[in-house]
Design a protein. Structure first.
Length: 161
């Protein structure tokens, strides 16, 4: 999706992710809001991750926002961006894909030559689901939270501006 079609809050999340990655690779840190409920995870070699205080996200109330690409609503083979907005102000983002959508994209890539002419597909923070119905997405998020896999599957946390 072209950057000018992203909503401002999605664009801010993307900018936050990029800034965090750049700071990590430069060996610097970003100052967090003092009210942030979690500490930054240590870089590789900075000690065990278990020593870092972690938020139990499954205990916190949240809302799910599903962002449909323009003109894609109702199409079964589609993907949607999903934001999990916690009452703490933290936002996590992921993209939910259907198998049909990944097949369709790979077929499209065969024509365009992208992704080794459609021989592979990947997306950062991709979650594969049977369908992109709200109930399916909410059930997947609840399961990821209950199993402790939520932070691995979603990008975040980022604070709302």
């Amino acid at each position: 999706m072209p950057p000018d079609q992203l909503r401002w809050d999605v664009r801010n999340v993307v900018v936050d992710v990029v800034m965090g990655v750049l700071a990590r690779h430069a060996g610097t840190t970003l100052e967090n809001d003092p009210d942030l409920p979690v500490a930054a995870r240590p870089r590789s070699g900075d000690g065990p991750a278990s020593s870092v205080p972690r938020t139990n996200w499954s205990d916190l109330p949240y809302e799910v926002e599903i962002i449909e690409p323009p003109g894609e609503s109702g199409r079964p083979e589609r993907h949607v961006d999903v934001l999990a907005r916690f009452k703490t102000g933290d936002i996590f983002a992921a993209t939910f894909f259907t198998l049909e959508d990944t097949r369709s994209l790979m077929q499209q890539y065969r024509t365009t030559g992208e992704r080794a002419a459609g021989r592979y597909f990947w997306s950062r923070h991709m979650i594969l689901v049977e369908d992109v119905a709200r109930s399916t997405i909410e059930r997947a998020i609840a399961d990821l939270l209950s199993t402790g896999e939520f932070e691995s599957a979603f990008d975040g946390p980022r604070r709302t501006p």
